[in-house]
Design a protein around this ligand. Structure first.
Ligand code: NAI
Ligand code: MG
Length: 377
């Protein structure tokens, strides 16, 4: 068990929370005997300072040779006018790795935090869906035209790009028994590329995932329903780059806690527990090549003070164990540990929460509490 990691802590709170998350990995190694080879390198502002580039060719090369990349966050005001900007390093890694499926779970790491949501508790309670955003195609790529009085971004998808992301949705849905429902989100009423997206998505499901219920949902209507009836979409939402960008930020807002949200970007469909993934994106560790990072940025306003919430980074580690190393049980242990820490007060224990969650704990205290729970579980 285990494998090779490229660790890119990045800037500001990135290294602070990555250090804490890796202590959780130490415990997993200790308890399971798994071994994770760790190669630390630079990306973002840290790389600009040393190499005058946001990421080096050497790091790009390594990103596809390892089993997973564990990323902190990149950027900060001190590199404000520098070109290339620090964040471009991450974009180049994403392209190099061809991690076309960006997963963002939307659920509550803790029931006792439900009141932090801007949505009424009775509406948001029990929400549990994952958005899969196609992340390497669509309107954000291709040949752009930018003139004085004219701008154009070709919004195009080819069959293989649609098929591979549909397969990620199918694979995720069938990790559960019974399979989770899937919503394919588009604007087929007005966009030609959406009609092709819809048709090919259904073809993939009929052929490869006949037991999965797949429904179509218009993107604009979903934007409204995520606020008024979010639990109606418990399951998997799969959508293109543009809609996914907007809808995944909206879903992040539903929880109201940036410090809790993890993400995974995968180069292929993940495998069900105990099985091996298909050839696309498969790594040598029994999982898929992926990059794991919190949704939040480098939080320069609180960096260097030991105040950052490590939970999003720790939950990103859990996703890494699940998808890149097929360690489903260990992933659940880490998630459960986080939940228990966040709910400690509800259970009559001491409250261990960082400032962003209205508590007084620091990064280390929060991390130590999580480590303690991981050991107990
Ligand atoms: P941000 O997510 O870094 O911070 C937004 C607010 O949330 C701040 O008040 C921050 O203190 C708070 N926050 C974020 N994470 C937290 C945590 N773990 N614990 C406690 N509080 C937390 O977004 P912002 O301020 O817009 O961007 C800061 C820098 O990060 C910029 O340079 C931006 O470009 C970069 N960024 C990088 C990303 C990445 O590496 N993937 C993603 C988003 C932004
Ligand atoms: Mg966005």
């Amino acid at each position: 068990k285990g494998g090779k990691l490229l660790i890119l802590p990045g800037d500001h709170i990135g290294p602070e929370v990555v250090t804490e998350a890796l202590k959780v990995l130490d415990i997993i190694e200790e308890v399971t005997g798994a071994k994770f080879e760790r190669d630390f390198d630079l990306c973002g502002g840290a790389s600009l300072d040393k190499h005058k580039d946001s990421v080096t060719e050497a790091v790009l090369k390594k990103s596809v040779e390892v089993d997973a990349v564990f990323f902190g966050s990149a950027g900060g005001p001190e590199w404000g006018t520098v070109q290339p900007n620090p964040e471009s390093g991450l974009l180049r890694i994403r392209q190099k790795m061809q991690i076309f499926a960006n997963l963002r779970p939307c659920n509550f790491a803790s029931k006792s935090l439900i009141h932090r949501s801007p949505i009424k508790p009775e509406i948001i309670s029990g929400v549990d869906f994952t958005i899969i955003r196609e992340n390497c195609g669509g309107a954000y790529f291709g040949t752009k035209i930018e003139e004085e009085d004219y701008g154009c971004d070709p919004w195009e998808y080819h069959r293989p790009e649609i098929e591979r992301v549909a397969r990620v949705a199918g694979a995720l849905a069938t990790q559960h028994d019974p399979p989770l429902p899937v919503w394919s989100v588009d604007k087929a009423n007005v966009l030609a590329n959406s009609r092709v997206w819809r048709r090919i998505t259904h073809e993939v499901f009929e052929r490869e995932f006949p037991k999965v219920e797949v429904m179509d949902q218009l993107a604009d209507s979903l934007a409204m329903l995520l606020i008024t009836k979010p639990t109606a979409f418990n399951g998997i939402i799969v959508t293109d780059n543009t809609f996914g960008d907007i809808l995944s930020d909206e879903s992040g807002g539903l929880t109201g806690s940036l410090g809790l949200l993890p993400s995974a970007s995968l180069a292929g469909p993940p495998a069900a527990p105990g099985t091996r993934p298909s050839a696309l994106g498969r790594n040598s560790a029994g999982g898929v090549l992926g990059l794991y990072e919190p949704v939040h940025g480098s939080a320069p306003d609180i960096s260097g003070k030991g105040l950052a919430n490590p939970v999003a980074q720790v939950l990103s580690l859990a996703m890494m164990l699940r998808y890149s190393f097929n360690m489903h049980h260990e992933a659940e242990v880490v998630e459960k540990a986080v939940e228990r820490v966040l709910d400690s007060k509800a259970d009559g224990g001491l409250e261990v929460r960082t400032g962003d969650l209205g508590g007084k704990a620091g990064t280390k205290e929060m991390s130590e509490a999580i480590q303690g729970e991981v050991r107990r579980l």
